[in-house]
Design a protein around this ligand. Sequence first.
Ligand SMILES: [Zn+2]
Ligand SMILES: [Zn+2]
Length: 330
Amino acid sequence: MRAMVMNAAGEPLAATERATPTAGPDQILIRVHACGVCRTDLHLLDGELTQPSLPIVPGHEIVGRVSAKGARVDRFDIGDRVGVPWLGYTCGRCEYCRSGRENLCREARFTGYQIDGGYAEYTLADQRYCFPIHGAYTDAEAAPLLCAGLIGYRSLRMAGDAERLGIYGFGAAAHIVAQVAVFEGRRVYAFTRDGDDDAQAFARELGAAWSGASGELPPHALDAAIIFAPVGELVPLALQATAAGGTVVCAGIHMSDIPSFAYHLLWQERTLRSVANLTRRDAEQFLELAPRVPVRTAVETYPLARANEALARLRDGHVRGAAVLTMENA
Ligand SMILES: [Zn+2]
Ligand SMILES: [Zn+2]
């Protein structure tokens, strides 16, 4: 099979021929049809995520069909369409796993980081961490739901019942979360890079009540804000835009250093928190909700061999919605 492989941090992905893997007892072999390109993949390639199992096939927004399965697999049949997210394994025994917080499992392993992912024609996944994909979505449209959607959904839940919701960084996750937030009756305030008129217009098309530059203050103080851009400077800006008692959620896996800021930005019971990974419960809830909204994903597709180009466009902030790799022979 063909795969795009990360051999070392700082290097482009290498087009590589590999043997198609064989499913273990709890695994399904998936013929990959589409795989989303996530900001996390850039952090991985840049060496900002420090525990990859190299060489690794990145990609943790996988949609494909089951082409073979292990002896203990009972959740899926050959031919079923499945999605594979970032969370690829948990121990099931630690205090986090036993308290509904498997996203924090001490032994968790992640797709496209420690487990080979979807930048390939085939991939293996543990059936317990895979999900059926609703028929309303094409393969490419469904792919961004599996990380941008899931992590975005978890971040939205962490924002509580905020009516006025700020979103900093209007990429793949934001374009999904905005639709869910509007569906839930919230008012969305979208913050983008200064002068990014396309992203600001895109946010308003998706129902945002206001959009502007991240350095601006919104017309009303926010009840909560979610920061998707990996930029630490946004934290004090978001706190400044947030009302007393509000919450600022840092949704990314990596962020540049947060500059020091005056205590009064946090005072009045503002909360600053991060969101890490996802639980399978998040996935079940969001994948059930998405077609009811209905969430529509905007995708730019690239053939597998052009993965480096897709990553470069994401890095430069040129992707409208989400970038997705597709397999020509799917
Ligand atoms: Zn655990
Ligand atoms: Zn991701």
